[in-house]
Design a protein. Structure first.
Length: 186
């Protein structure tokens, strides 16, 4: 019988793992890489949130037009500033100022006005929608929009998407920010 317990074999078996220095170097490299990637990921998230808000507004504009035609009743889209510096928009029936955003998902409608849709942009979201001087009206008889309007959706970094509504209720999106989601420049 021969013994295979040579000193070289025992030493090789003991040095196959990671040392604390190896682990610390790996963690340091990962921290540097992650530190460079986090701002880019935050920027991507903010950009996607801005685009999602603009897409929701576009969908609600088309919804307002389709509801006016389907119900045979004029429908309005009103954008309002909230008391806490947020903004909201309402799709509703009735007069121009018949429905008002109260904040926190609360709406007050007067008379026979009926709320069809509400969307709020809270101050914490970083998205603001510039309030309109007056609401836009989707005419049920003609299928038109009066007046035409441009909605500006802006995030806290100053990136902006514009939704331009023509007299036929079609929406065109453009941006004042370069490289934002492949949108055309305004």
């Amino acid at each position: 019988m021969t013994r295979n317990d040579s000193p070289a074999r025992n030493q090789t078996a003991r040095t196959c793992g990671l040392t604390l220095v190896d682990l610390m170097c790996t963690l340091a490299i990962m921290a540097v890489l992650l530190g460079g990637a986090l701002p880019a990921l935050r920027d991507l998230h903010a950009s996607q949130f801005l685009q999602a808000t603009a897409a929701l507004l576009e969908t609600d504009i088309l919804y307002a037009k389709s509801e006016a035609l389907a119900q045979g009743q004029s429908v309005r889209l009103s954008v309002q500033a909230l008391p806490d510096s947020g903004s909201c928009y309402l799709v509703h029936t009735g007069a121009a100022h018949a429905c008002r955003c109260q904040g926190g998902g609360q709406v007050q409608c007067a008379g026979d006005a009926r709320l069809l849709r509400l969307a709020e942009q809270s101050p914490g979201s970083g998205i603001s929608l510039a309030p309109l001087q007056r609401s836009i009206l989707f005419d049920a008889g003609k299928g038109t929009v009066t007046p035409t309007a441009t909605f500006a959706i802006t995030d806290r970094d100053g990136r902006s998407i514009r939704q331009i509504v023509n007299i036929m209720g079609r929406v065109r999106s453009c941006t004042t920010t370069r490289g934002l989601g492949g949108l055309r420049p305004c």
